[in-house]
Design a protein. Structure first.
Length: 374
């Protein structure tokens, strides 16, 4: 098949998901292309694009895509339609709210001219994180309801995402599959630890949704209540980075907390003894899967699809936004490292069994074929 993936921002877990799919689909004999925003991403993402190029027989197209909704989206979609039409796609797969809107709108324009392209949508959280009663939520969910009629199949990355879509947007009468994020076999190899490691690592987008402020507050609490202050590394970038750096300094944590620009997850894992994921909202976060695969102890919140990763051990998850709960869980790792490693080994076995790139690609392929048959 000719497959074109469309998404806005080439960063984070969504980009990882698309990149892994593109490689797997190319290896299976499909011809793959990507469309995404030209104004986001840094050195780490550019390196990923370079490694992806041999898998992109249909090419890479980067155009300006604003985060919000505006007239420029219609203009850009119309311009891109001609380029995609020449690629004669069998599948247009939109990822995230903006990528999903582009893919389904362009796919509908192509259908109007006789192309039988299948229009697939994966939200990746996206607009589903808005509260149903908020002004933004009402606007985005109304748009999502309108676009459902232009969708041939849905591929949700977690059961939580599918249930949230049904509750906030509405149940769909189209083919629907659950496609959990997957890992490569090499990601289950042990991480070679650095000689000097911090106690805790936060890695991800530095924005309130991911809870780095809760992490910093928990560190402050532990510093005030323990004889030896814990150390931490914060890896990432985002809109709230400057505020977070200021909060850490104002809290007197500067000597114990260091910041680093985005880096590959396993490189960051080598610099810490445990990982903390204090998110307020998630869908199916790669960083949780990656940390477990690397064999690191993990503290995570009970949000999104994270309980689906933990399975029978989901009772170990903590409530989001609760500084005291997070501090207690982090203290437990410091006080009982052997017990933490036993739990980490058990979780690693579960993830290795249930979350693979191969299974992810197969499930997406099933969605494509169901949509095309329909």
């Amino acid at each position: 098949m000719n497959i074109v993936h469309c998404f806005r921002s080439p960063v984070g877990g969504l980009f990882r998901h698309v990149a892994d799919l593109a490689r797997a689909q190319s290896a299976a004999g499909h011809r793959v292309g990507l469309i995404c925003d030209s104004s986001t991403g840094g050195a780490l993402e550019e390196k990923t694009f370079e490694t992806l190029r041999p898998s992109l027989e249909l090419g890479l197209l980067r155009i300006p895509m604003r985060r919000g909704i505006g007239p420029s989206d219609l203009i850009a979609s119309w311009r891109v339609r001609g380029r995609i039409g020449r690629q004669n796609p069998d599948v247009l797969h939109g990822h995230g709210a903006k990528g999903g809107a582009y893919a389904r709108f362009i796919g509908t324009l192509l259908r109007a001219t006789g192309n039988s392209v299948a229009r697939i949508y994966t939200p990746h959280g996206g607009s589903l994180h808005y509260a149903s009663g908020s002004a933004a939520g009402r606007v985005y969910f109304a748009i999502e309801r309108g676009l459902t009629g232009l969708t041939d199949a849905f591929a949700f990355v977690s059961q939580y995402e599918a249930d949230t879509f049904a509750a906030k947007v509405g149940r769909v009468d189209r083919p629907l599959v659950i496609v959990p994020n997957g890992l490569r076999p090499d990601e289950f190899e042990p991480v070679v630890a650095n000689a000097e490691r911090t106690d805790f690592l936060f890695i991800g987008m530095l924005r309130d949704l991911k809870g780095p402020d809760v992490f910093a507050a928990a560190l402050k609490h532990l510093t005030e209540t323990r004889e030896t202050p814990p150390t931490a590394l914060i890896v990432g970038d985002g809109p709230d980075r400057d505020r977070l750096v200021a909060d850490v300094e104002n809290a007197g944590l500067g000597a114990h907390v260091s910041f680093h620009d985005p880096m590959p997850a396993r490189e960051a894992f080598a610099r810490a003894r445990a990982v903390v994921v204090p998110s307020r909202a998630e869908s199916m976060p790669y960083i949780v899967l990656e940390a477990i695969a690397a064999g690191l102890p993990l503290v995570a919140t009970d949000v999104g699809g994270i309980p689906e990763i933990f399975g029978a051990d989901a009772d170990a998850l903590i409530s989001p936004g609760k500084v005291d709960d997070l501090a207690r869980a982090m203290a437990a790792l410091l006080d009982a490292p052997s017990e933490a490693m036993v739990r980490a080994t058990k979780l690693k076995s579960r993830v290795q069994t249930h979350f693979s790139v191969g299974a992810m690609a197969d499930a997406v392929d099933s969605a494509y074929r169901a949509a095309r048959e329909r």
